[in-house]
Design a protein around this ligand. Structure first.
Ligand SMILES: [Zn+2]
Length: 360
């Protein structure tokens, strides 16, 4: 290993104005401590974070900057769901394929991007010519899945999108995602607002609204998938992050409204749902498709102004309910509703945010 080059590149990393030095030092110690062993050849940021008593969110961005400095290579590792051995390994998402084959188990399987693809980092071969070779291991049962960084989590990092936003699946490829949280918001009465205020004034308000919302979504590790008119669609790794994002945004809209005259007020209708999806490349961006994504939009459509509507998987999620409590929401109502394009009545839960109290 070329330790001199390794330390030199680390110094460059440390000079970045927003560099988080404890994370870079943790990476440094990890690599030097495990200089001859496997942990250094396939580094999981989760393990480094635990080792240094940092959060994963603090460590991952530094690994990503280290990749762009040529210090590490980013590996996408596909694990076999039967033996948890690595059946495939690639360094660019364009090489990802939706199906994989485990030589050890002699089984073909559908690759679920949320469950079976992990991101690890290995030293660039300029620094260490010993390269990681994926092997199938039948020795590890799935239960012993080590603390890794799921690929789905990595693509939700703003740093990933800013540095590697061009890493997308190849055009015809698609990958399953067992579950992802989708947030849908829409402005109440925006048509009336455009009519009343005129296009220019209304559009400025809509832009202010995007700015507030995008910032809070990003803060909770959410990804803006698309905007449809004034509606915003975003994905999150966990349910409570979507809730935190929307509640923080609503708090900001409350302030915004206090500083603006009544016909410029912004009120939102929100829907959140969690379900399976497929990851695809749409116009050279990662995007999600599937019935559960559509369902999030339908759930949003039954929300009234200031309401957050969500579905059964969120109601069943203890962390989500705990976050509701933490944010001071103690009441919810259960409804059986028909959602456009979805067969049979669906259970939707509603919580009312302070915005409704202002409207009443
Ligand atoms: Zn296997």
């Amino acid at each position: 290993m070329n330790t001199h080059l390794f330390l030199q590149k680390l110094e460059t990393l440390k000079k970045r104005p927003s560099a988080f030095l404890p994370a870079i030092e943790a990476i440094q110690h990890w690599v030097l401590e495990f200089s001859d062993t496997l942990p250094r050849q396939r580094i999981s940021p989760v393990k480094v974070a635990t080792y240094a008593n940092l959060s994963v969110e603090q460590v991952v961005p530094e690994f990503l900057y280290a990749v762009s400095e040529g210090l590490f290579d980013l590996n996408w590792e596909v694990h076999c769901p039967h033996c948890y051995g690595i059946s495939n390994n690639y360094q660019h998402l364009s090489n990802a394929v939706g199906q994989s084959y485990c030589n050890g188990c002699e089984k073909k399987f559908q690759v679920d991007f949320a469950l079976w693809v992990d991101a690890t980092f290995s030293l660039n071969k300029e620094i260490d010519e010993r390269q990681f070779i994926p092997t199938c291991s039948k020795t590890l049962p799935p239960a012993s899945k080590s603390p890794n960084l799921p690929g789905l989590e990595l693509i939700h990092y703003p740093t990933f999108r800013s540095l590697f936003g061009d890493q997308v699946l190849s055009e015809r490829e698609q990958m399953q995602i067992a579950s992802v949280t989708t947030l849908f918001t829409d402005i109440t009465g925006s048509t009336e607002m455009y009519e009343k205020l005129g296009d220019v004034r209304a559009y400025n308000i809509v832009r202010d609204h995007f700015e507030i919302l995008f910032k809070q979504i990003e803060k909770q590790g959410g990804t803006i998938l698309k905007t449809i008119g004034d509606a915003v669609m975003a994905s999150f790794i966990r349910n409570e992050l979507a809730l935190r994002a929307i509640m923080a945004a609503l708090e900001q809209f409350k302030q915004y409204n206090e500083n603006h005259q009544i016909d410029e007020h912004v009120h939102l209708k929100t829907g959140i749902h969690r379900g399976s999806a497929i990851l695809v490349n749409l116009n050279d961006k990662l995007d999600y498709f599937g019935s559960s994504i559509n369902k999030a939009a339908r759930v949003q459509a039954v929300a009234s102004s200031g309401e957050i509507c969500f579905t059964e998987p969120l109601y069943q999620d203890a962390a989500f309910k705990q976050t509701l409590k933490e944010l001071g929401i103690n009441e919810m109502t259960r409804h059986s509703v028909n959602l456009k394009g979805i067969d049979g009545p669906q259970t939707v839960y509603k919580v009312v945010t302070y915005l409704d109290k202002m409207l009443l």
